[in-house]
Design a protein around this ligand. Sequence first.
Ligand code: F0G
Length: 365
Amino acid sequence: DDFEGRGVWRYADALPLESGVTTQEGATPLYEVPRLEDDLGLEAVRIKHEGMNPTGSFKDRGMTVGVAVAKELGVDRLACASTGNTSAALAAYGSRGGMQTLVLLPAGKVAAGKVAQASLHGARILEVDGNFDACLDIVQELAAEGEAYLLNSLNPFRLEGQKTIGLEILEAFRDDYDAFPDRIVLPVGNAGNTAALYKAFRELLQAGAIDREDVPKLTGVQAAGAAPMVEAVENGADEVRRWDDVETRATAIRIGNPVNAPKALPGIRETGGTAIAVSDEEITEAQRDLAGEGVGVEPASAASVAGLRKLRAEGIVESDERVACLTTGHLLKDPDAAAAAGDDPEPVPATTEGVLEHLAGESRS
Ligand code: F0G
């Protein structure tokens, strides 16, 4: 179709297939946020908004590749565990590819927009009485028993597609600043993006397209209530300890067992990056900061900006840095969180006079 050769598939040379099951994913905006940039006191801050993908998250970049591989293999049922976005993307790409989809979701912990997407795109939705990590344990066993083809980020073809986030960021910075970003800050759940970006950088190095000093510092951010990667980075550990009890308003990253940690931890270390935990309040503040510049993101996405603010305050990020923050999902994914973070509507009578009177009255805080 017309989209071939654009978005994710512009990078077909770096991917395992020539084309995929596509709904025109990738080629997302890299927004300027001048007020935030000023406020943080940084040379440059740009927001790579992955919420602008077809189903509203970066997962589409992985699914366009992963679902195409599944189709080539001739499997008939695709499955994933999900905090929501993966299930929405799998349902959409699976139906586009003409395959059945099965998704396992932690009951009561998935934002409304995501369940609605999985449902309308025709996934069979199983609500599991347990958290995401339990769902992933089960789906891995189903896959091992041949019941379904696994499309979580444990599937390496997903990560191949997600590499293109890094390629787009590097190209855009080169074009706009004649330099690569010093740092890429991203929210971490299963650490799939961290692993994918690191792989993209390694391949660019191997191809001689970039030099070692060009590689951005991979900087991961987790919610304080679900921060096993941060714990590992802080302790200099080689393995991540699974957290059994996790909680955060940023339900997309409510994950205690980051399955890509073995691929992601070396990425953080070898690029000179770090990892930091932020509170739910800090996440909501960052969501408001971005919204105040017209960029609508879901809570997990705002974690990147919250983490950047904290690292800047701690002096770990220096003022001369050019930074790209990844925002992974769209505001409308979690309308309840957005409404809670914003101001309440004000009831007024249905007359101009009544509206004028209301406006003349106490201004809102
Ligand atoms: N941000 C959002 C909005 C996500 O949905 C996810 C993961 C992440 C960040 C974490 O990314 O795993 O690459 O570190 N969501 C998965 C899901 C778990 O099921 O939708 P990661």
